[in-house]
Design a protein around this ligand. Sequence first.
Ligand SMILES: NC(=O)c1ccc[n+]([C@@H]2O[C@H](COP(=O)([O-])OP(=O)(O)OC[C@H]3O[C@@H](n4cnc5c(N)ncnc54)[C@H](O)[C@@H]3O)[C@@H](O)[C@H]2O)c1
Length: 328
Amino acid sequence: MRVLVTGGAGYIGSVVTEELVNGGHEATVYDSLYKGHREAVVPGAEFVQGDLLDGELLRRTLAERGIEAVIHMAADSLVGESVQNPAKYYRNNVTAGLALLDAMRDSGVTRLVFSSTAAVYGEPEKQPIEETDPNAPTNTYGETKLAFERALRWYEQAHGIHYASLRYFNAAGATRLCGEWHDPESHLIPIILQAATGRRTHVEVYGDDYPTRDGTCVRDYIHVVDLARAHVLALGILHERSAVYNLGCGGDGYTVNDVINVAREVTGRDIQVRVGARRAGDPAVLVASSSKIKRELGWEPEFQDLRKIVSSAWDWLQAHPNGYGDGK
Ligand SMILES: NC(=O)c1ccc[n+]([C@@H]2O[C@H](COP(=O)([O-])OP(=O)(O)OC[C@H]3O[C@@H](n4cnc5c(N)ncnc54)[C@H](O)[C@@H]3O)[C@@H](O)[C@H]2O)c1
């Protein structure tokens, strides 16, 4: 298929694009590079530098490249910032997303895969979380992702745009070419590995008095390659229907201390830890049920082992000690 990947110069988008190219699809990355990296656009993909709000450029790109489906990953995704600055999140995650949907409607493109998030569930009443559980976001980031998901329902009804909304839990790991390099970094595994390389002095653990095995929070980590493969599978349903799927590794999840200990083993480095206060709104446990996507699309994670996830991130970091070449 000819696929447009918005945000394809970002962390997950670069790996999704790599999977598309490896699978023989024609991928065009559409990214403003406001956060992503030119170097993260994988060989074999076309690149258009532009903002989602530039409807004209989007329409031209969809038409000139004969795009058949869009994977929409471009967004802002810092939870704390979203609470401080809701306008930024409504503008980029909702208004700019609607500009993309309008361009698709005008160009007759009716297939969309959307990067949603576990944050749409807020603080869930039960674990593992299923797609039918209530949506109750506790921050603006989750709220804006949910708002866009809801818009999708109405665009489908009015304009026949089918969608697959993929609610990711914690994406982690790397390929040989593509890894995670955010500034600021808010994700646990790259933070731990930065502490292993000395780029930061220590890892701050937010609370060790939760009702979990070792008192630290339990989260679900999914290897970014397994996540990327789910996008390619999801493209396959969009000629006839829409769906919402959770994407995590399932199982019992891992505590923050588990992740730190595995990183110590993988890197062979001493990693300093300081225990701080709990953060408001951090649930003790967040684990996905991914049975629906397994059942309906035959998705099977290949790299669900935490050691493989951390090792792949460490290998990439060692090959790219300063991240991508643009210094961002
Ligand atoms: N990383 C995770 O664990 C995680 C978990 C749940 C959901 N998500 C979602 O997955 C998606 C990708 O996450 P990521 O970690 O790869 O993020 P990222 O910041 O690495 O990538 C986002 C990319 O989108 C681009 N972008 C942002 N706004 C744009 C705009 N208006 N126009 C054009 N380009 C724009 C940025 O330049 C960047 O390259 C996001 O939608 C995020 O909300 C990520």
